[in-house]
Design a protein around this ligand. Structure first.
Ligand code: GAP
Length: 436
């Protein structure tokens, strides 16, 4: 992880937010490569979950919801972690991090009796803010701890506007905030992060079938973006670890260097959310089946993936240190081409060839994210692209002037192919989105 964290900062994938002030725990900035990686991931999710389906529509809702939303959802009452304060070290810990009578920050030589711990108290994880110009008018509101609640409160409006009939789903990608007591493992547990969530509304008799459908559909998505089968597993929740809204849940877990951890949750939320919003807002959210005239509150199957956690898993899975013949070590990020931040680098062999090379880049950049590099020897330029995971480099050399061909160098095999310059766009297109 240490090597990866430092590569992420130096190459501009991810670095601490407010870095010049010493950072702020649990908050991260994405640099020029990180934002491309995350945008690619979100675009593939949106395509698979919304554009390619007739039964799912998308929304983009406000981050701040009416405060009653979080009473209805159960977050005001239930969304907390038990925590313990150490009066000696002046730090706060999750109760499950405390072993015996000492806190994790205590110096090894300190006697156990010198750690002065409080008993465990519940600490609500929602981040609060005040709305209103003056203190008297201020209303306490929360930055949403999950993106899905506006999907439930907007259910009737969206269903009618999109002329959808149950079964159907509503999807959204956006920021969520949790005042995590101990943010850790790089971006894995952050206080500000993005979720891509989809809430699928169905008849009570179809719950189990849709749960199985979405579990398998989402697992396949993770395989398609490039995770090997041995890095992924499904872990059903035991009944005593279910969230307050869930009747059943299965996590999709990824094997991080710090162990198997959840990157996505598939939840059967039953009618918890629609029934609670009906009760708290006083607005009926049940529906009538046009054919059978049955009136019922739809059940919800949820797919909820962390964009940042999946981006971190993509970085972990892609990162390699390869020993080459001659003893050289090559650092390479083996991203699926559809995920790679830069799709193709255009490299003129000499600065004298800038004009025709830039003409090729101009054509390609209308279709994918490209990079132009004419600095240093060609081997070093290939290595720089390997380090950031660029799947293809197109080299324009002096022969290109007469044979009108370019060399395409492939990242993983390092093989080189000579192809006509005018066919390079089609050649790349065929390969960049394989499997999507
Ligand atoms: N709406 C359901 C829900 O929010 P969750 O299991 O609490 O369920 C879903 O969160 C996903 O959001 C997780 O699988 C994880 O990928 C991501 N996530 C949750 N807390 C996070 C945190 N503190 N930092 C980064 N990602 C987080």
């Amino acid at each position: 992880m240490e090597t990866l964290v430092s590569l992420c900062a130096s190459r501009g994938f991810i670095f601490p937010a407010s870095e010049i002030y010493g950072g702020i725990a649990g908050f991260w900035d994405y640099g020029p490569l990180g934002v491309e990686l995350k945008n690619n991931l979100k675009a593939l999710w949106w395509r698979r979950m919304v554009h390619e389906r007739d039964d799912v529509v998308g929304i983009d809702s406000a981050i701040i919801c009416h405060p009653r939303t979080w009473e209805a959802s159960g977050h005001v009452e239930h969304f907390s972690d038990p925590m313990v304060d150490c009066r000696t070290c002046k730090r706060r810990f999750r109760a499950d991090q405390i072993e015996g009578e000492r806190c994790p920050e205590a110096p090894a030589k300190r006697a156990v009796r010198d750690c002065d711990l409080t008993s465990a108290r519940d600490f609500n994880l929602m981040l609060r803010t005040d709305i209103g110009a003056s203190v008297e008018e201020a209303t306490t509101a929360y930055l949403r701890p999950e993106t899905c609640q506006p999907i439930f409160s907007g259910f009737k409006r969206v269903r009618e506007a999109a002329r959808q009939k149950v079964p159907f789903g509503i999807a959204q990608i956006g920021k969520a905030f949790r005042n995590e007591i101990t943010p850790r493992n790089f971006t894995f547990r952050s206080r500000e992060f993005e979720q891509a969530e989809m809430e699928f509304f169905c008849h009570p008799s179809q719950r189990e079938d849709w749960f199985a459908h979405w579990r398998d559909f989402r697992f396949q998505f993770h395989r398609d973006i490039g995770f090997d089968a041995n890095l992924l597993r499904l872990r059903p929740h035991a009944s005593d670890e279910l969230a307050h809204y869930a009747r059943a849940a299965v996590d999709i877990e990824f094997l991080f260097p710090f162990g198997w951890q959840e990157i996505e949750g598939i939840h059967d939320r039953g009618d918890w959310d629609l029934s609670r919003h009906t009760q708290y807002a006083g607005k009926e959210l049940a529906i009538t089946d046009e054919e059978t005239k049955e009136r019922y509150t739809p059940m919800v199957i949820e797919t909820s993936v962390g964009v940042d956690r999946t981006a971190l898993a993509l970085l972990v899975a892609a990162h390699r240190e390869e020993q080459l013949e001659g003893g050289e070590t090559r650092t390479v990020m083996k991203f699926h081409p559809a995920i790679a931040p830069i799709k193709v680098a255009v490299l003129p062999l000499s600065k004298k060839l800038a004009e025709p090379a830039q003409a090729i880049q101009k054509t390609l950049r209308r279709h994918f994210n490209t990079f132009y590099d004419d600095a240093g020897n060609i081997g070093r330029r290939y290595r720089r692209q390997d380090e950031v995971g660029t799947p293809y480099c197109v080299t324009y050399d002096f022969d290109s002037e007469t044979d009108h061909c370019v060399t395409v160098r492939e990242r993983d095999s390092m093989s080189q192919t000579r192809i006509p310059a005018e066919g390079v766009l089609a050649w790349l297109r065929d390969r960049l989105e394989e499997g999507f």
